[in-house]
Design a protein around this ligand. Structure first.
Ligand code: GDP
Length: 325
C-alpha cells in the first residue's frame, strides 16, 4: 500500500465515507514505519472529532452466541437511528492467519446494513499490536460518526483485559451450562464485567438460564460487594436484548453523571501511554546488537543451570546499556 494523502483521507473519514474509513483502518493496522508515521498524523487530525461514542466490550467463550447477539443488537440499534461499528480483538488471528471474530458472514444482517461498519480482528501479531490497532481504529470510526462501538473479543486469556482497557462498559455473555459461571470467576472476568447476560435463554433452556442468572447475581454480590446487573437474553430471537442494552446505557449514564466516564477514559489513555513505552523498550532491547549477540549464550547457560536467571538478566541489561557499535 502506498502512503496515502493524509489530509484527503482525514476528510473522507470525517465525511463518513466507508472506503476512507476502511483505508484509514488498514493504515493504522500497518506495522510499516512510513505507515505508522502517516497513521499518527491522521490520528492527530481525527482525535478532536472522536470520543462521542458509547464504547462497549463484548466477550464470551466461542459458541456463546456473540456474533448472533451482535448481529441482532446491531440492527436494533441502527433501526433506532444509531451508527454502529464492530471491531474485534483476537490475538490468535495472527497465528491462525484468519479471524473468526468480526467475520461479516457471521453477522449477515449487520454486514449489509448501511449504518453499520464491521471490521475483523487485525492480524498484527502480538496482543499489544492488535490492541493498539483496535484502539486507533476506534478513533477512526468515532471520527466518522459511529456513535456505538462494539469491541468483540474471545473469552480467553488477556484479550478481555486489553478490551476492558479501551471501553466504557464491558458486557460478558455466558451460558447456563454448569461450570461456566465458575470458570468465569476463575478467570477474573467477573471482576471486570459491568453487565452480564446469560444467553440462549430460549426454548427449554429458558428456565435454566433464569436460575443461572440468579445464582450468578448472588455470587457477584459476594465477590464484588456491589450489585452487578445479570440478565437473560436470546440473541437468536432478540428476546431480552433491549433490556441488556438498557443496562449498558444505564452503566454509562451513571459513569457520566458522576464524572467517572471522562476520568476513566483519561486514565486509560495514560496507562496506554506507558504500555506503549514498555512495548517500545522491549522492542529496542530485543533489537539491540549487544543484547542479540549475548542472548543465545546466556539463555543456554540458564537452560543448563549454569547461570541464575537474575544474573543472566543483569548481563542482558548491561549489554543493553552499552552503546551500539
Ligand atoms: P460465537 O462463537 O460466540 O460468535 O457464537 P455464534 O453467534 O456463532 O453462535 C454459536 C451457535 O449458537 C450458533 O449455532 C447459533 O445459531 C447458536 N445461537 C446463537 N444465539 C443463540 C440463541 O439465542 N439461542 C439459541 N438457542 N442458539 C443460539
Amino acid at each position: 500500500m502506498a502512503v496515502p494523502d493524509v489530509p484527503a483521507l482525514a476528510e473522507g473519514v470525517l465525511a463518513g465515507e466507508r472506503r476512507a474509513v476502511a483505508r484509514a483502518i488498514t493504515l493504522v493496522e500497518s506495522r510499516r514505519a512510513d505507515h505508522r508515521q502517516a497513521a499518527q498524523e491522521l490520528l492527530v487530525q481525527l482525535l478532536p472529532h472522536a470520543g462521542a461514542a458509547r464504547r462497549v466490550g463484548i466477550s464470551g467463550v466461542p459458541g456463546v452466541g456473540k456474533s448472533t447477539f451482535i448481529d441482532s443488537l446491531g440492527v436494533d440499534l441502527t433501526a433506532a437511528g444509531s451508527k454502529v461499528a464492530v471491531l474485534a480483538v483476537d490475538p490468535s488471528s495472527a497465528r491462525s492467519g484468519g479471524s473468526i471474530l468480526g467475520d461479516k458472514t457471521r453477522m449477515a444482517r449487520l454486514a449489509v446494513d448501511p449504518a453499520a461498519f464491521i471490521r475483523p480482528a487485525p492480524t498484527a501479531g502480538t496482543l499489544g499490536g492488535v490492541a493498539q490497532a483496535t484502539r486507533e481504529s476506534m478513533v477512526v470510526v468515532e471520527a466518522a460518526g459511529y456513535d456505538v462501538v462494539l469491541v468483540e473479543t474471545v473469552g480467553v486469556g488477556q484479550s478481555e483485559v486489553a478490551v476492558a482497557e479501551m471501553v466504557d462498559t464491558f458486557l460478558f455473555l455466558t451460558l447456563a451450562r454448569t461450570g461456566d459461571q465458575l470458570q468465569g470467576i476463575k478467570r477474573g472476568i467477573l471482576e471486570i464485567a459491568d453487565v452480564i447476560a446469560v444467553n440462549k435463554a430460549d426454548g427449554p433452556g429458558e428456565v435454566d438460564a433464569r436460575r443461572a442468572a440468579r445464582e450468578l447475581a448472588g455470587a457477584l454480590r459476594m465477590l464484588r460487594g456491589e450489585p452487578v446487573p445479570v440478565l437473560t437474553c436470546a440473541g437468536l430471537s432478540g428476546a431480552g436484548l433491549a433490556e441488556v442494552w438498557a443496562q449498558v446505557v444505564a452503566h454509562q449514564d451513571r459513569l457520566r453523571a458522576s464524572g467517572q466516564l471522562a476520568e476513566r477514559r483519561r486514565a486509560q489513555q495514560v496507562r496506554w501511554t506507558w504500555q506503549l513505552v514498555r512495548d517500545g523498550l522491549e522492542h529496542q532491547l530485543r533489537e539491540h546488537p549487544a543484547v542479540r549477540s549475548a542472548a543465545p549464550e546466556l539463555e543456554a547457560a540458564v537452560l543448563a543451570g549454569e547461570l541464575t536467571p537474575a544474573l543472566a538478566a543483569r548481563q542482558l541489561l548491561d549489554a543493553f546499556g552499552t552503546a551500539p557499535a
